[in-house]
Write a protein that binds this ligand. Structure first.
Ligand SMILES: [Zn+2]
Length: 165
């Protein structure tokens, strides 16, 4: 009991000391030319399925509780469905009631770009693949784990592959 209390106090302290200093840099605007993978929209349309195109290239959102990885907890790595870059490890995935696959960190710093999104009258942080610019979802600072982050990701944006480490 004492130990648990101590943990809670430490956890609370950790959280409050980190507030306002996210571990990532949020860009005001996405510059399409900065990505390594450069393809015309015509090429993307040809390579991706209709659903993938709408989410990855047009920033669509799949309906909650419908994505194939929402309640999926196999061990492995989630890659970008647009370019194949590794984005998330299954180790960072947690059960969330929000209806979309949720992770508490990217697999490695620099794999994801963070951009201000002011659509729909909200201020959110959009997450995109740092390699091809594909839209993945949003990150929120209400995660239940020690990172305090919840990467809310469309299943359609990612491609799961079994452990390959
Ligand atoms: Zn990508």
């Amino acid at each position: 009991m004492n130990h648990l209390l101590k943990m809670l106090v430490l956890f609370g302290f950790f959280n409050s000391s980190c507030q306002g200093q996210p571990a990532y840099k949020i860009e005001n605007k996405m510059d399409k030319n900065e990505f390594s993978v450069q393809k015309s929209e015509k090429e993307w349309k040809k390579e991706l399925t209709n659903e993938q195109y709408i989410v990855l290239r047009e920033k669509g959102t799949e309906r909650p509780h419908t994505g194939k990885y929402n309640l999926f907890f196999e061990k492995g790595v989630y890659h970008c469905a647009g370019c194949g870059q590794k984005l998330f490890s299954s180790d960072s995935k947690f059960k969330s009631s929000c209806g979309w696959p949720s992770f508490d960190s990217e697999i490695e710093a620099g794999k994801i770009k963070y951009v201000v999104d002011q659509s729909f009258g909200m201020v959110r942080t959009e997450i995109v693949c740092a390699n091809c610019g594909g839209h993945l979802g949003h990150v929120f600072e209400d995660g239940p784990t020690e990172t305090g982050l919840r990467y809310c990701v469309n299943s359609i944006s990612v491609d799961f592959r079994e452990d390959e480490e």
